[in-house]
Design a binder for this molecule. Structure first.
Ligand code: FAD
Ligand code: DLZ
Ligand code: SF4
Length: 509
């Protein structure tokens, strides 16, 4: 008898656990482009095109390795519209298949669905752990067990010890675990950003792009100028270009933003990492080599490695530890709709129009834009977590719920009440002005707190602080902020409230 090995769109790794014991002569590898996965949120067109193209390229690579691959391209046949329907169809067409093996998906909704497959199909359906992470779900649970707070920094130190990355014996390289204090420079006017590595689509990519243009025209985002790598070799070129040319500056300007600069010194590797074209440990080891060979400074290399073995592994651990309840959390009772400008970029707020327009164009925005612009606005305006989650899931080429949800509900909008962040990452226009040149190119005045032309981040910030006082005042890290709130006169507080309500009404939420 034979086995179906189902490979999902974000499981494009040759060493994925579902294939570890595959019988190349008998087993069938099944890969399928299905409407259910492509439409459960209105994914950016470039995200779908990227994934379909990368899946098609991976199917060829697997064939090259001697596997029998059954690949179903997206079609208009709505009878086989989900992964479950596709697997069922293969099972009923092949009486010699009596088992399905799949690596666990990265989203709860699909895991829950797959847990019903064995009964539904009347055969063994084996769900295997995803072996592409450095910390298993079980190890994370053990680390979390009994801890009052799940702070990333302590998890990260464990991961440094476990991997030996940037360790000198039992001590961290250079004496500090974290060099974040060196990584907060604003981009000087005289400094230009480095050229980036992009590629152009081959025939397989062009086919996927056409299929997406034809079928998902009503989805968010631009499809032209598609320039992601879709094969492992391309992703590795992007990686090598980053290590050689970009990594040395990764640290210094990690928190900076600048007009018409979508990439800064960020790696633009998350979409490859998350779908399996690159591997986390390999990236970190290569970055460490750059430091060891004096080609990149410690603050850059430590910062980069922390994002991967720290944040990336940590948010995945939190996701599987806290789901399914995590998704329904709304600690601050946020209830507003998402403003239309999150989909169009049409707003006079330069910071937001830059972040959204670049997102629309590239299916990418860098971390500080996601956190301190779109995330911060959603937080201080009080947008309902479900709308925030849906938007972030849809718009980025690297978005899968295991990584997106703890970053939105946890890091950006404090919907989880402090599981991920020790306090809300709320800020007024002053922070954005300090870290970017957006404000000097904006219709609003960042120095004005209320009244005509005042920066909306200013009054929305204080309105957020005031309306959530009951819940946040007791947080030790918010003490200074609440002391400043106390200093505001009743008239000032009234003007803040009026401005905030008037503005939110004017944008229709
Ligand atoms: P770099 O800045 O070059 O960082 C290097 C790598 O570190 C990234 O490729 C990524 O794999 C990892 N990394 C960095 N920060 C994080 C983080 N906070 N969590 C997990 N991994 C991290 N990342 C996603 O991969 N998918 C998402 O859907 C996603 N949604 C986000 C939503 C919000 C509100 C926020 C604040 C962050 C989100 N992130 C998400 C994390 C981070 O912003 C992206 O990983 C990063 O911007 C990807 O670009 P890059 O590859 O250039 O990253
Ligand atoms: C994101 C996505 C999209 C757009 N399309 C497909 C698809 O057609 N077939 C597939 O196997 N996977 C797709 N994916 C990725 C899945 O949604 C992803 O595997 C799950 O969300 C779990 O992480
Ligand atoms: Fe954004 Fe306010 Fe600065 Fe305009 S002035 S760019 S709205 S922070």
């Amino acid at each position: 008898m034979a086995t179906i090995r189902l490979v999902l769109g974000d499981q494009l790794s040759l060493n994925i656990s579902s294939l570890s014991d595959a019988d190349k002569d008998n087993d069938l590898i099944v890969m399928a482009e299905v409407h259910d996965e492509a439409t459960y949120v209105r994914h950016h067109k470039k995200k779908i095109a990227f994934l379909f193209a990368a899946m098609r390229q991976h199917a060829e690579a697997l064939r090259g390795e001697g596997y029998s691959v059954r690949y179903r391209k997206i079609s208009d046949d709505m009878d086989a519209d989900s992964l479950k329907a596709v697997v069922r169809a293969y099972l009923s067409d092949n009486s010699d298949i009596d088992r399905v093996v799949v690596t666990k998906p990265g989203e709860w909704r699909l895991l829950e669905d797959m847990q019903t497959w064995s009964d539904a199909f009347g055969c063994d359906v084996e769900l295997r752990d995803d072996n592409r992470f450095l910390c298993s779900e079980e190890t994370f649970r053990e680390w979390a067990d009994g801890r009052k707070e799940l702070r990333m920094e302590y998890f990260y130190r464990e991961m440094r010890r476990k991997t030996g990355l940037l360790m000198e014996g039992d001590d961290p390289a250079g004496g500090e675990w974290n060099y974040d204090q060196d990584n907060r420079k604003k981009l000087p006017k005289s400094k230009s950003t480095p050229a980036r590595w992009f590629t152009s689509p081959d025939e397989i990519d062009k086919g996927a792009i056409e299929d997406v243009a034809e079928r998902f025209d009503n989805h968010f985002g631009d499809l032209d100028s598609f320039s992601f790598a879709t094969k492992r070799a391309g992703a590795e070129e992007a990686r090598d270009h980053f290590m050689e040319n970009i990594l040395p500056g990764f640290g210094d300007y990690q928190d900076a933003m600048a007009m018409d600069e979508p990439w800064m010194w960020h790696s633009i590797l998350s979409m490859y990492l998350n779908c399996g074209l690159l591997e986390p440990l390999d990236l970190c080891e290569r970055a460490e080599e750059e430091w060891k060979n004096d080609r990149a400074p410690l603050n850059a290399v430590e910062g980069f490695i922390r994002q991967i073995i720290g944040w990336r592994e940590y948010v995945r651990g939190v996701y599987w530890l806290k789901m399914p309840d995590y998704k329904d959390m709304n600690a601050l009772n946020a209830s507003r709709d998402l403003p239309d400008f999150y989909w169009t970029g049409d707003t006079d707020m330069t910071c937001l129009s830059q972040a959204v327009r670049q997102t629309k164009e590239n299916a990418y925005a860098h971390h500080i834009q996601r956190l301190m612009i779109t995330g911060n606005f959603a937080l201080i305006a009080g947008i309902h977590p479900d709308h925030v989650n849906e938007w972030y899931m849809a718009v980025y080429a690297d978005a899968y719920e295991w990584v997106e949800l703890p970053n939105t509900h946890g890091m950006a909008i404090y919907a989880d009440g402090g599981v991920v962040a020790s306090k809300p990452y709320a800020s007024s226009g002053a922070y954005i002005n300090r870290m970017s040149d957006y404000c000097s190119n904006c219709a609003y005045d960042v120095r004005k707190k209320t009244g005509e032309g005042a920066c909306p981040f200013n009054y929305l910030y204080w309105d957020f602080i005031a309306r959530n006082a009951d819940q946040l005042r007791s947080n030790g890290r918010m003490g200074l902020i609440y002391a400043n709130l106390e200093k505001k006169s009743d008239e000032e507080l009234e003007a803040i409230k009026e401005n905030a309500e008037g503005y939110l009404k004017s944008i229709g939420i």
